[in-house]
Design a protein around this ligand. Structure first.
Ligand code: ADP
Ligand code: MG
Length: 443
């Protein structure tokens, strides 16, 4: 029954709102006259009553086939979070200061851990479980390697498990804009008051944005001190190590270095594979392992790009209704050439021979037998398009003139465009074989 009720409500709400607001929502009690729900936080309770009251009533009416009154109560904090509330504070639920829009996908559960991010990950988990224990925490690493994901995971976790703590996630850009706006409106005092005294966990992203901006750095310095002295948790992200923040006040840099500096490195190919697999799983889609390897191979330097590649290929597969092949993937992802390897030229003849059953000599001769002509044309096309060879190099390799090569490439393009499946599959076979050999060479 419980599942049925939750299912009915979930069915009426979009996924994002469900994940944002209903993560702690549960049925507490049920009688024949009323249903009592439970949430983890007073603020969420009020919000749900206001925003989702009618939706919940409607769902209950469907399930019970009559009007069913309900109430929402909030469960008192768990033991762990009670410990975190300072002793002199009354156990009154504080309203979260700012409901920061967090990306619902950026959770610890969705984060793949490997050697390059292990330390940053463990530190973040520790911070989320015991805010204030390690202070400050400075997460740094190249673009697209998971800093925002981790810091928002801390946000999700604290929001869910420490309902009493006021958690704020914001980018440094927003921090700056807010200060500027508040000063314009003559409300600089309110800004200070808000960030210096009303925050328990400050998650500040992309602090490198403040490079060279003196005024805001001073503001941050004072905010930092007040929070730090009050034992509040501070987590800062940056695309570089504190010591490399040029044009940053030294006093601020030394503050950043006072606690833990956790660097995220470039992931190795194995983690990239796992990350890609996780993303595919989250999209409830599937891609061949070969494709996953190809993605991991080409996008290991930036996981945001890796994600882009995964999403693109899944979309293509869903739209075309066909499985993506490695050569499709090369096209779609705009990876123009196969990994350049010595001997690629030799290997192209081997591939052509094994696929068309004709010899290298025949391909290079003027023979007009159908298989020979096909092998020659496909070979020229693959060399030009996939191996990224120049017109001249292809002409030399196949012993033909430049115009013949251009003409051949154009003709094959036309055949593909006209939906010639045979040509397409021949090209795929050749490319796949070349790729398999290239991979074999790598390992
Ligand atoms: P950064 O803030 O360091 O530039 P992000 O945190 O925005 O990078 O990460 C970029 C993308 O890569 C996001 O979609 C994020 O979910 C994903 N990502 C990064 N690292 C991981 C990981 N270890 N596991 C799963 N996804 C990851
Ligand atoms: Mg980021």
């Amino acid at each position: 029954m419980k599942e049925k009720i939750l299912g009915a409500i979930k069915g009426k709400i979009n996924r994002r709102s469900w994940e944002n607001w209903f993560s702690t929502f549960d049925v507490k009690e049920m009688t024949s006259e009323q249903v009592t729900f439970e949430v983890g936080n007073l603020f969420i309770k009020e919000w749900l009553e206001k925003k989702y009251g009618p939706t919940i009533s409607k769902a209950l009416k469907e399930v019970f086939e009559k009007d069913m009154p309900f109430s929402i109560v909030y469960s008192s904090a768990t033991e762990a979070s009670v410990k975190n509330v300072q002793a002199n504070e009354p156990l009154v639920k504080k309203r979260p200061l700012i409901i920061t829009p967090l990306n619902p996908g950026f959770s610890f559960e969705n984060f793949v851990v490997g050697p390059s991010n292990m330390f940053a990950y463990s530190t973040s988990v520790e911070v989320a479980k015991n805010p204030g224990k390690f202070n400050p925490v400075f997460l740094c690493g190249g673009v697209g390697l998971g800093k925002t994901h981790l810091v928002q995971s801390i946000g999700h976790y604290t929001f869910r498990h420490h309902p009493d703590l006021r958690v704020v996630y914001l980018t440094s850009e927003r921090f700056l804009n807010e200060l500027v706006d508040s000063i314009k409106l003559g409300k600089g005092y309110e800004f200070r008051e808000k960030y210096r005294t009303k925050v328990d966990v400050l998650l500040l992203d992309d602090v490198q944005f403040l490079i060279g901006k003196k005024g805001i750095q001073s503001e941050l310095f004072h905010t930092f001190n007040e929070l730090y002295n009050a034992g509040k948790q501070i987590v800062i992200c940056s695309d570089r190590n504190p010591k490399d923040l040029e044009k940053f006040q030294d006093r601020l840099i030394s503050r950043f270095q006072m606690g833990i500096v956790a660097e995220i490195g470039k992931p190795d190919r194995e983690i990239c594979k796992k990350i890609a697999l996780k993303m595919i799983e989250r999209e409830k889609a599937s891609l061949d392992m070969e494709i996953v390897e190809l993605i991991a191979e080409h996008f290991s330097d930036n996981i945001r790009r890796l994600r882009g590649a995964v999403v693109k290929l899944i979309a293509y597969q869903q739209m075309s209704g066909e499985k993506v092949t490695p050569s499709d993937a090369y096209h779609i992802l705009g990876i123009s050439s196969l990994p350049p390897k010595i001997g690629a030229k030799e290997r192209i003849f081997l591939a052509l021979s094994s696929i068309f059953g004709v010899s290298r000599e025949e391909i290079l001769s003027n023979a007009r037998r159908r298989e020979v002509v096909s092998a020659r044309h496909i070979g020229i096309y693959v060399a030009k398009t996939y191996l990224g060879m120049s017109l001249r190099a292809v002409a030399e390799l196949f012993g033909r003139s430049h115009p013949t090569v251009s003409h051949t490439v154009r003709k094959i393009d036309e055949l593909i465009a006209s939906g010639n499946m045979m040509v397409r599959s021949q090209i795929e076979k050749v490319v796949d074989q070349l790729r398999a050999e290239a991979l074999g060479q790598n390992s």
